[in-house]
Design a protein. Structure first.
Length: 153
């Protein structure tokens, strides 16, 4: 499976917010959105990734972009993870049905049954403007990739 390509209209998907409400493709309309797919809450690389991205939030959101973190963890695990780290990045759960949204974006790692480490930027029109799939789930994509992609789009 390959990551969703720039120029692609985001297909229908459904993720769960911490409060149990749904986050869908409709929530992407009208703003630039950064989706950060990560494998597991509380894992070392994911912890580092969200901490680094939090430090760069002023740069990421400077022009009005929103950022969300997506994993196949249940919402309660993600909430505990976010609270323990003290990060403001909203978590979106792809737990049930497991990985269905990640599959839509080409960010699912089938061999391990988890979200791969990927970044997707969606424009205000609901089309992907940039995407990146890490070489492996253990590779941390630098925050500069997001900042540079936002600046270019």
């Amino acid at each position: 499976m390959s990551i969703i390509e720039p120029g692609t209209l985001v297909p229908p998907f459904k993720l769960a917010r911490e409060d149990g409400s749904s986050f869908t493709e409709a929530d992407l309309q009208g703003k630039t959105t950064v989706l950060v797919f990560y494998p597991f809450a509380f894992s070392p690389v994911c912890t580092n990734q969200l901490q680094v991205y939090t430090e760069a939030l002023p740069e990421i959101t400077a022009d009005g972009a929103s950022i969300y973190a997506v994993s196949t963890d249940p919402s309660y695990s993600q909430a505990a993870f976010r609270e323990q780290l003290g990060v403001p990045i909203e978590q979106l759960s792809d737990f049930e049905p497991k990985g269905e949204a990640a599959k839509v974006f080409g960010a699912y790692f089938d061999p391990a049954g988890m979200t791969n480490r990927a970044l997707v930027i969606v424009g205000p029109d609901g089309c992907v403007v940039w995407s990146h799939l890490a070489d492996s789930p253990g590779d941390l994509p630098g925050v500069n990739l997001i900042i540079d992609a936002l600046a270019a789009n």
